[in-house]
Design a protein around this ligand. Structure first.
Ligand code: ZN
Length: 389
């Protein structure tokens, strides 16, 4: 019995060491075993053993270093970029996509398949499965798993999307579980704002940050918060729904059923809707973007309205969560330096001075595709061993 306990303990320790090394490689990029020994604080033999195990499991690969003038350089260890892959699935209103990447998370257009999001759930699942099979076949390498970025409320206790205000076909479904049954690959469901947080943390400017937030102001108004190095989830994973705070009690009907939610006034979709109302017809996001670029004077009032409400949303996040950095994701306002500068001017008037002094506000660089990929990489890393503290 005692011997068994020891064996369990040493397996767990080994897995914890492997997880530490994976995290170090993700943070520092390709590293020699010597460098990993330095940054991890583990002994050289322990690092070697853990790297060998990660190599066997296909999570990392070795790379010949460039010639050096002096000495014999060690080979570099990096996340498996060529010998293995993961898939990222982004389900969204309008357009969805599937991307294949190495475990380094380098997302490319060539390995992305986009399609119009079908009107029903079975058709959506068929399309996603077909795109996954095409990419798996084209890559011809081992696929570790699939990360799915989805809009709406993802209940982590019952493992389903309980409600998706902007894409109701997802209500009461778990596309990760359904895809796993069809493809036999580990698949994880990640709420899209949390996916953006993980993407920014692994591949963007939030590397090494413990307290930051991502506000997604594209279709819906989503919020993901990293607090003390952990994703804020709440009791069931539903925390962060700032978009459904009422700001206009008599306002238009929101996808959630209430009236005048912040997300009906603070997003790219809201601005496109207001531009459309002015023109008396429906205007898609691309067209709204072109109209704002070519005829900005015609839509000053609409831009001002959405600028004001986006500033209220940003100020609320900073006042409540006190992040060191707030990343804002979007096209029409956050994607235009000039318009974003005007949003920030309004934020300065709306935010508590002390909280604002702590916080840098920037437009996000990572995409939902990277978020979906980060979701599965985060899962694979966590699967090594539980986090300590
Ligand atoms: Zn709402």
């Amino acid at each position: 019995m005692k011997q068994n306990d020891n064996r369990v303990e040493s397996t767990l320790l080994r897995r914890i060491n492997e997880r530490r090394l994976l995290e170090a490689i993700q943070r520092h990029g390709p590293s020699s075993r010597a460098a990993l020994t330095r940054v991890s604080g583990l002994t050289a033999p322990t690092v070697s053993k853990a790297v060998d195990s990660l190599l066997r499991r296909g999570l990392v690969e070795e790379l010949e270093p460039a010639e050096q003038a002096l000495g014999r350089p060690g080979r570099l260890v990096r996340m498996a970029a060529e010998s293995a892959a993961v898939l990222g699935v982004v389900i969204d209103a309008g357009t969805s996509c599937v991307v294949a990447t190495g475990l380094d998370g380098a997302v490319t257009e060539e390995r992305t398949i986009r399609f119009a999001t079908p009107a029903g759930y079975p058709a959506l699942l068929d399309q996603v499965e077909e795109a996954c099979r095409t990419l798996i076949h084209a890559g011809a390498v081992f696929v570790h798993g699939i990360g799915l970025s989805v809009p709406g409320l993802v209940n982590e206790r019952v493992h389903e999307i309980v409600f998706s205000p902007n894409l109701h076909l997802l209500d009461k479904h778990n596309p990760a579980r359904d895809l796993e049954a069809r493809l036999g690959l580990p698949s994880v469901l990640v709420q899209e704002s949390d996916a953006l947080v993980l993407g920014e943390w692994l591949y963007g400017d939030a590397q090494g940050l413990g307290d930051f937030a991502v506000l997604d102001a594209a279709t819906g108004l989503g919020l993901g918060v990293m607090s003390g190095g952990r994703l804020l989830a709440g009791h069931s994973g539903l925390a962060g729904e700032v978009g459904h705070v009422t700001v206009a009690p008599e306002g238009i009907r929101c996808g959630c059923g209430n009236r005048g939610c912040l997300e009906t006034l603070a997003t790219d979709a809201a601005l496109a809707r207001l531009v459309g109302e002015k023109l008396g017809r429906a205007v898609a996001l691309d067209e709204a973007s072109a109209l704002l670029a070519t005829r900005p004077a015609d839509f000053q009032h609409e831009i001002r309205t959405v600028t004001e409400y986006l500033a209220i949303a940003i100020a609320a996040v900073i006042n409540i969560f006190n992040p060191t950095t707030l990343f804002v994701h979007g096209t029409l306002l956050a994607g235009s330096p000039e318009r974003f500068a005007r949003v920030l001017e309004r934020v300065r008037q709306r935010t508590l001075t002390a909280a604002l002094a702590d916080c840098t506000i920037v437009a996000t660089k990572s995409s939902k595709r990277q978020g979906a990929v980060a979701g599965i990489i985060h899962h694979l890393t966590n699967a090594c061993a539980p986090t300590l503290g």
